[in-house]
Design a protein. Structure first.
Length: 271
C-alpha cells in the first residue's frame, strides 16, 4: 500500500533572530504578538555580549518568552562580532530547510545582504527595526515593521518622536541602577494617497474596483515598510475610509471566516 503524503503544515514556521545591541527589550511583547500574525516562532534566539550591563533589560524577559541567549564576546574593540554570529546561525538554519521564513530584529544595515540571501532561497523575510533603519535593509525584506509601533512604553495616542540618537560605539558605562528606557514615539507620516491610488489603478477591474487584500499585498510588494499604523489607523480599510474624498470602500458578501469582502476604488472613477 502506498504511503500517504505528509499533511501540509497549517502555519508558517519562523526563525526569530534578535540583535540585542540594536533592539530594545521594551518591544518584546509587541514583537511576538506581531510575529504570531505571520506564523509560529519555532526558533527564538538573541545575540549579544551578556557580560555587559547594557543588555540588562533583555535578561529580565528571556525566560518569560523562551528566547535563547547566544553569548558573543567582542574579539576586537570597534568590531561587531554579534552580527557575524547571527548571520552564521541564520545560514545554518536556512540549510536545515525546516523554516518558511525569518524574522530579523535589528536596525543595523549589516543584515541587508543576509535578508536578500534568504529571499533568494524563496523564504519570507520580516524585518523589525527603528525608524532610523537604513533604507537598503528595509527594502531587502518582504515586510518591515517599525518597532516604535510595538514598544510597551510608547503612548499610542502620540504621533511625534524626539530625534533618534545614533548608537554609541564606545563601551557602555557601568551603572548600579538601571535607567528606565525613554518612551519611543512614532514619527508622523504623511499618507501616500497618490501612491495608493496608482496601486488601485494598476490592480483594479474594468469598473475600477480593487479587492482590499490584493491592494494590501501589492502595496507591500512595492513598499515593504508600508503600515497603516504609521498613519494613525489600525488597518488599511480604516485608512481608506478616513480618506473618503479620494477613495471609496465597498462591502461585498461574506468571506469564509464570516467577515465582509472589501473592495476599494479611486473616487475620481465614480460615476
Amino acid at each position: 500500500m502506498a504511503s500517504k503524503a505528509p499533511a501540509p503544515r497549517q502555519q508558517k514556521h519562523l526563525a526569530v533572530l534578535i540583535d540585542a545591541d540594536n533592539a530594545s527589550a521594551a518591544i518584546v511583547e509587541g514583537l511576538f504578538e506581531e510575529i504570531a500574525k505571520y506564523g509560529l516562532a519555532s526558533v527564538k534566539r538573541i545575540y549579544g555580549d551578556w557580560t555587559l550591563p547594557n543588555l540588562g533589560g533583555w535578561k529580565q524577559v528571556l525566560l518569560d518568552y523562551s528566547i535563547q541567549p547566544i553569548q558573543q564576546f567582542a574579539y576586537t574593540k570597534g568590531k561587531n562580532a554579534t552580527d557575524s554570529s547571527l548571520i552564521i546561525d541564520a545560514m545554518d538554519l536556512l540549510y536545515t530547510r525546516r523554516f518558511d521564513g525569518f524574522c530579523l530584529v535589528s536596525s543595523d544595515s549589516d543584515f541587508t545582504r543576509l535578508a536578500a540571501r534568504l529571499r533568494e532561497e524563496g523564504l519570507e523575510v520580516i524585518g523589525f527595526g527603528e525608524q532610523k533603519t537604513p533604507k537598503p535593509f528595509v527594502s531587502a525584506c518582504d515586510k518591515f515593521i517599525y518597532t516604535e509601533l510595538l514598544r510597551n512604553d510608547a503612548d499610542p495616542a502620540e504621533v511625534e518622536v524626539s530625534a533618534a540618537k545614533a548608537p554609541s560605539t564606545s563601551a557602555p558605562a557601568v551603572s548600579t541602577e538601571a535607567k528606565p528606557a525613554e518612551p519611543a514615539k512614532v514619527k508622523p507620516q504623511k499618507v501616500p494617497v497618490d501612491f495608493i491610488a496608482k496601486v488601485i489603478d494598476d490592480n483594479s477591474d474594468e469598473d475600477g474596483w480593487c479587492h482590499l487584500g490584493a491592494l494590501g499585498l501589492n502595496i507591500n510588494k512595492l513598499r515593504s515598510d508600508f503600515d497603516a499604523r504609521m498613519y494613525g489607523h489600525k488597518k488599511l480599510s480604516d485608512l481608506i475610509k478616513a480618506h473618503n474624498t479620494r477613495f471609496e470602500l465597498q462591502e461585498r458578501g461574506v468571506t469564509a471566516t464570516g467577515g465582509k469582502s472589501l473592495y476599494a476604488r479611486n473616487r475620481k472613477l465614480a460615476k
